[in-house]
Design a protein around this ligand. Structure first.
Ligand code: L34
Length: 295
């Protein structure tokens, strides 16, 4: 059996059209969603993702500003930049792309973002809201995965969901969303990580396996239950293509696992485009909330 390919690209395009329509309706009310992205340093992945975020925002009719600074920016200057956009009434969403240079305290920067503009959902206020099931901003990558799984038709209620990785930006919020008492969730969740004793024993039980390990080939075919839904969050830069573009690989051994799984996301074209789309959705929601509309 060969797995069904879950195209994040197609789902993202679909959701973006819905957002575009809403942006047009809001424009009639004089409201334009605004996004500010802050990019620090030279990481090629970060440059590529932030450029894509700005391009998508502009394409959807958002007000979009990108701040690009060298890795030598001081923490104080970065905090001042965040504060500038906290006060900017045209901006409803602020994103500081991670990782940050080692001399900057990531937690301090995240905490400085106005929680009502924290469209990444990384501020402790929004993380706390997520944990207790209250509305706020949900992190873009796990929120995008929830959407992909819902549209794949996979049953989540009572399902065994195994999350590989425990990062603050994917693994932890992912586990929380999947265990939530809510439609499209209600799963039994296991989180495995680098200190897990027998990772394969856990992953082989998964009806839905979500892999955010940050390392290529972390999941091989023998670790996957036949028919499982496999979501690959990895974007490892493993070389250069003939045309000089970065060659990406996920965290899953795609070629082998697609012969075992029931459905699988590709890299590229899987989770990545959904992350960007959910950022747009959160920014739209924020613009509506700031205007006093239901969102
Ligand atoms: N603050 N930092 C903040 N927010 C985020 O949501 C992120 N993340 C992660 C890294 N740091 C962050 C992203 O934006 C990862 N990430 C991300 C976003 C988009 C894509 C990959 C990672 C993406 O669009 N990937 C494309 C391929 C792009 C390419 O060719 O370079 C894909 O199809 O997978």
């Amino acid at each position: 059996m060969t797995a069904k390919i879950i195209s994040g690209k197609d789902v993202a395009a679909d959701i973006r059209e819905q957002i575009r329509a809403e942006v047009e309706t809001l424009a009639e009310k004089g409201i334009q969603p605004g996004l500010a992205t802050i990019l620090i340093g030279e990481d090629p992945g970060s440059h590529s993702y932030v450029t894509a975020k700005n391009k998508t925002a502009k394409d959807l009719g958002f007000h979009s500003v990108q701040e690009t600074h060298g890795a030598d920016i001081s923490e104080a200057d970065l905090l001042a930049l965040v504060d500038k956009y906290n006060r900017d009434e045209k901006v409803h969403g602020i994103l500081v792309q991670l990782p940050l240079p080692a001399h900057i305290d990531e937690n301090k920067v995240i905490a400085a973002i106005d929680p009502d503009k924290d469209v990444d959902g990384f501020h402790p206020y929004n993380v706390g809201r997520l944990v207790i099931g209250q509305p706020g901003f949900a992190s873009c990558t796990p929120a995008g995965i929830m959407e992909l799984i819902a549209r794949s038709g996979a049953e989540t209620e009572g399902a065994e969901v195994v999350v590989v990785g425990r990062s603050n930006i994917v693994g932890k919020p992912m586990a929380i969303m999947m265990m939530q008492k809510a439609q499209g969730a209600n799963a039994t969740v296991t989180v495995v990580h680098t200190r897990t004793r027998d990772m394969a024993a856990h992953t082989r039980r998964a009806d839905i396996l979500i892999v955010a390990a940050g390392r290529a080939n972390s999941v091989t075919a023998d670790m996957v239950k036949p028919g499982a839904v496999v979501i690959d969050v990895g974007t490892n830069r493993v070389g250069v293509t003939e045309s000089g573009k970065a060659k990406l690989a996920g965290d899953v051994d795609f070629e082998a696992v697609k012969e075992v799984a029931g459905a699988i996301t590709p890299v590229p074209g899987g989770v990545g485009p959904m992350t960007i789309t959910m950022l747009m959705k959160n920014t739209l929601i924020s613009a509506k909330r700031h205007a006093g509309l239901d969102a």
